[in-house]
Write a protein that binds this ligand. Sequence first.
Ligand code: SAH
Length: 396
Amino acid sequence: MAVMRIRPGREKSLLRRHPWVFSGAVAKVCGDPQAGETVRIEASDGSFLAWGAYSPHSQIQARVWTWDEGEKVDAGFFRRRLCAALALRQALIPAGETSAERLVHGESDGLPGLVVDRYGDTLVAQFLSSGSEYWRSTLADLLVELSAAERLFERSDVDVRRLEGLPERVCPVRGDEPPDPLEIVENGLRFQVGVRGGHKTGCYLDQRRNRKRVRELAQGREVLDCFCYTGGFSTYALAGGATAVIAVDSSADALAAARANIELNGFPVDKVTFVEADVFKYLRTLRDQGRSFDMIILDPPKFAQTAAQAQRAARGYKDINLLALKLLRPGGMLVTFSCSGGVTADLFQKIVAGAALDSGREALIVEHLQQGPDHPVALNFPEGAYLKGLVVRVSS
Ligand code: SAH
């Protein structure tokens, strides 16, 4: 069995059960393991710390599978972890109203480098690390068996694969090609999802609860949905009784999909204006036109991957939040998000507070939002909490 020996004093994060071993903490690797193979991770005195998957090409040189010295990493191990992940979802998401959910959320489910989403009877997986890649075939068999899905499709076309020295891969793994788009139900609403080419594994399942919240708050409101993608928030706003919606995105394809989703639910498309534009510029256009709204949603893409990029990201967030706050009528609501891992919830709140101050508007946080419960956060892996949102009410 190959061994990864940790430098003296560098075992602290492992003792706190953080599942990543950075290359700087590694003294040596003995036994010539291949990428993805299980290594015994040891402290400098040779005592056992964890069993982990070896990633020779990444800054993260190992990801922990288990802290239990007596637990063997084999098909039985993955069966137990996947059963636990599936049982958690069954307990969290009521059957019937929703057919799409995240089944496996990587590190938080004790399965580093593995993401699996379910869209009805189709599973879409991302194998993001050497470890999950090494066990790909075992994982695929187990996933199909345990979920009783008809097919498993792979969407490993993500940048992090490059850091692991792995090629991108998009293809069916078990079963046939999925329908494209396929249709899901979410909180009773219907959506078409392109699992072959859509963002992430097809759509943003992490916003499910927050979309529902928008439906509950949208009654009688004129809504501006910025970065609308395939129209999730716009559709929910209409379902909740919004009087009119402007849906903005820089992608014409996304806007076409948004229109299709609104029509699919039988909502009047004439209440919706689809605008292909850069949100940063369009908010300024609306300001110059003297427009105003009762609800503005800001759900931009990731501006910062790491804490080091947080400064630049902060300027972007402040800019759009400041402009949006100025466009709200008294009593209006700003529903604003950041999915940047490098921007903490605390920092995000400070940015929005700075925007409120500069906008001259009096504003209250009435709600804190986060990723849904099928994207849990292991307490020993705080990096898992990436999506944060605020509902801010402007009073004057
Ligand atoms: N709110 C969506 C997800 C948003 S994803 C949902 O719940 O499904 C981010 C979207 O922002 C993408 O559709 C992308 O095309 C768009 N985008 C990125 N930069 C943009 C910009 N500067 N202006 C407008 N849209 C942008």
